[in-house]
Design a protein around this ligand. Structure first.
Ligand SMILES: Nc1nc2c(c(=O)[nH]1)N[C@H]1C(S)=C(S)[C@@H](COP(=O)(O)O)O[C@H]1N2
Ligand SMILES: [Mo]
Length: 434
C-alpha cells in the first residue's frame, strides 16, 4: 500500500506538472476542502491551512501554482537574479521582492527585447535623433546638442511591459508568461519629447507618432519593433527622451545612449536605442502595430477564441496593479509569528492609486493598507501595513490595488485577448508560519 507520504509527494508533483488535474484530484466535485483532501493539500503546501474553510473551490494554492520545473534564473554581470523568460531574444522578469526600492536599481530592472541588443557606440554625444514627418522643419540633432539646447528634467517614472501579468490569463495567451515583474520605476533624466517636437514645428495634421530604434529583428529582417501612439501622449510633460537612468548613463541593455520613456503606457512605446520619431496623420504601421499587437478587445471575446483584432483598440494607459516586495513568495516565518509588517508598490498607468487592500483568509476579509503619495505623477506608490496571522500554518497574502477612478484589480484576469495584454488579477503570495 502506498504510504501517506508517497501520496503527499505525488500531489505536490502533480500540482507542479499538471495543476488542472491535480486540482480535480483534490477538489473533486464537492467544492470544499475537507477530510483526507485537506490533509493532502496541507501536506503538499507544507503546513496546515488555517483558513481552509474560506478557500475558494478549485483554487490552486499559490505555493503550488508554479509551472513545471520552476523558474530559471538569469546569470549576467551587473544584473540581479532575474527570472529568465527567454534567451533569444533576451527577456527577464524581476521577482516582486526585488522591486522593493522606491527607485529601481539598474541591476533589478526587467529586460524586454524583441530583437538583438546593438553594440555600444564609441561616442554617445554624437548619437543622432531625427524628428520628421508632419513637422514644419525636420530636425536632426546629436545628443551633445540636445543637452545644450533643451531643459533637462528628472522624474521617477513607471515603465511596464504591455504584457505584464500575462500568466494570469486562462487559457494561456501567446508571449512571455510574465508574472507582475515586467515593471520598473527608475529615475529618468532627459528632455521632454514635446520640447523637441515643438522645436521641429508640429503641423496641424499631426495626430500620431511613429518610433524607431537601432536594433534589428532576430531574422535580421527589418526593425525589432516600431510602435507609435496618439500625439497627446507625446505632448505629456512626463514623456521623455531619456539620456540618464538613476543619474548614470543608460545601460546598453536598457537602450543606451537614448531611449523614449512613455510612462504608464505599454513599455513597447518606450523605444530603446532611439534614433527617430515621425509625426503622422494616420496611425503608425510599424512592427508591433495593428492586428492583435498591443491591442485589446472593445467588447469581450470568448477566451481562447481566434480573432484578427480588427475590432480591438490600441492599449493605452495600463491598468492598476500592485506588487508585494517585503516578503518573497514562499517565505517561511518562525513558529509563533502572529503579526507581520508588509509593504509593496502600486501603480495605475496615467492614474494614481487610491487604495491597497490585503487579505490573509482567501478573500473573506480585506484590510486597507497605507498608500503613500507619489513623488511625482507617473511614479509608483509605496503601500505598507501590518497584518495579523492567527496561528501557525499556510497562508496566502492576497493584495489588490484600486485606482483613482475606483477600479480595483479583479479576482481573475478579464478581457482575454490572444496576445495577453492587460491581465491584472489580484496577486497571491504564499507564506508559511512554523
Ligand atoms: N528598440 C527597442 N525598443 C524597445 C524594445 C525593443 O525590443 N527594441 N522593447 C520594448 C518593450 S516591449 C518593453 S516592455 C521595453 C522594455 O524595456 P527594458 O528592456 O529596458 O526593460 O522596451 C521597449 N522598447
Ligand atoms: Mo513590452
Amino acid at each position: 500500500m502506498a504510504g501517506q507520504h508517497d501520496r503527499e509527494r505525488s500531489l505536490a508533483e502533480l500540482y507542479r506538472d499538471d495543476p488542472d488535474r491535480a486540482d480535480a484530484v483534490v477538489w473533486g466535485r464537492r467544492g470544499a476542502l475537507k477530510g483526507a483532501a485537506l490533509v493532502a493539500m496541507g501536506a503538499a503546501v507544507g503546513a496546515a491551512i488555517p483558513f481552509a474553510r474560506h478557500m475558494p473551490a478549485g483554487l490552486v494554492p499559490a505555493a503550488l501554482a508554479q509551472g513545471a520545473g520552476g523558474p530559471q534564473f538569469l546569470q549576467m554581470e551587473g544584473k540581479a537574479r532575474l527570472i529568465l523568460q527567454g534567451e533569444r531574444p533576451l527577456n527577464a522578469e524581476t521577482p516582486e521582492h526585488l522591486l522593493d526600492d522606491d527607485v529601481t536599481p539598474a541591476a533589478n530592472f526587467f529586460i524586454r527585447n524583441n530583437g538583438s541588443v546593438p553594440e555600444p557606440v564609441a561616442d554617445p554625444r554624437a548619437w543622432k535623433i531625427t524628428i520628421d514627418g508632419e513637422v514644419t522643419g525636420p530636425l536632426e540633432i546629436t545628443l551633445g546638442e540636445l543637452e545644450q539646447r533643451f531643459e533637462l528634467v528628472t522624474r521617477r517614472l513607471q515603465m511596464e511591459c504591455g504584457g505584464n501579468g500575462r500568466s494570469g490569463f486562462a487559457p494561456q495567451a501567446a508571449g512571455n508568461q510574465w508574472g507582475n515583474g515586467a515593471v520598473s520605476n527608475a529615475e529618468w533624466t532627459g528632455v521632454r519629447l514635446r520640447d523637441l517636437l515643438r522645436a521641429a514645428g508640429v503641423k496641424d495634421g499631426a495626430r500620431f507618432t511613429g518610433h524607431h530604434g537601432a536594433d534589428s529583428h532576430l531574422s535580421a529582417n527589418g526593425p525589432a519593433i516600431s510602435r507609435g501612439m496618439r500625439i497627446d501622449k507625446a505632448m505629456d510633460e512626463d514623456t521623455l527622451v531619456a539620456i540618464r537612468m538613476n543619474g548614470a548613463p543608460i545601460p546598453q541593455m536598457h537602450g543606451a545612449p537614448a531611449r523614449l520613456l512613455v510612462p504608464g503606457w505599454p513599455g513597447s512605446l518606450s523605444q530603446k536605442w532611439f534614433t527617430r520619431i515621425e509625426l503622422r496623420t494616420a496611425p503608425h504601421t510599424g512592427r508591433g502595430m495593428g492586428g492583435t499587437s498591443y491591442r485589446v478587445p472593445v467588447r469581450p471575446i470568448v477566451p481562447g477564441s481566434r480573432n484578427t483584432g480588427a475590432d480591438f483598440t490600441d492599449m493605452e494607459s495600463m491598468p492598476v496593479r500592485s506588487v508585494l516586495t517585503s516578503h518573497a513568495h514562499g517565505t517561511r516565518l518562525p513558529a509563533g509569528t502572529r503579526s507581520l509588517d508588509i509593504r509593496g508598490q502600486a501603480w495605475a498607468g496615467d492614474l494614481s492609486v487610491s487604495a491597497v487592500h490585503v487579505s490573509v483568509d482567501f478573500g473573506a476579509t480585506w484590510q486597507a493598507m497605507t498608500v503613500a503619495a507619489p513623488p511625482n505623477r507617473h511614479s509608483w506608490q509605496r503601500w505598507s501595513g501590518r497584518i495579523a496571522l492567527p496561528s501557525d500554518g499556510y497562508f496566502e497574502i492576497w493584495y489588490r490595488a484600486t485606482d483613482s477612478q475606483g477600479r480595483a484589480q479583479p479576482h481573475a484576469a478579464s478581457n482575454w485577448n490572444p496576445q495577453g495584454y492587460g491581465a491584472n488579477p489580484v496577486s497571491r503570495a504564499a507564506i508559511l508560519v512554523g
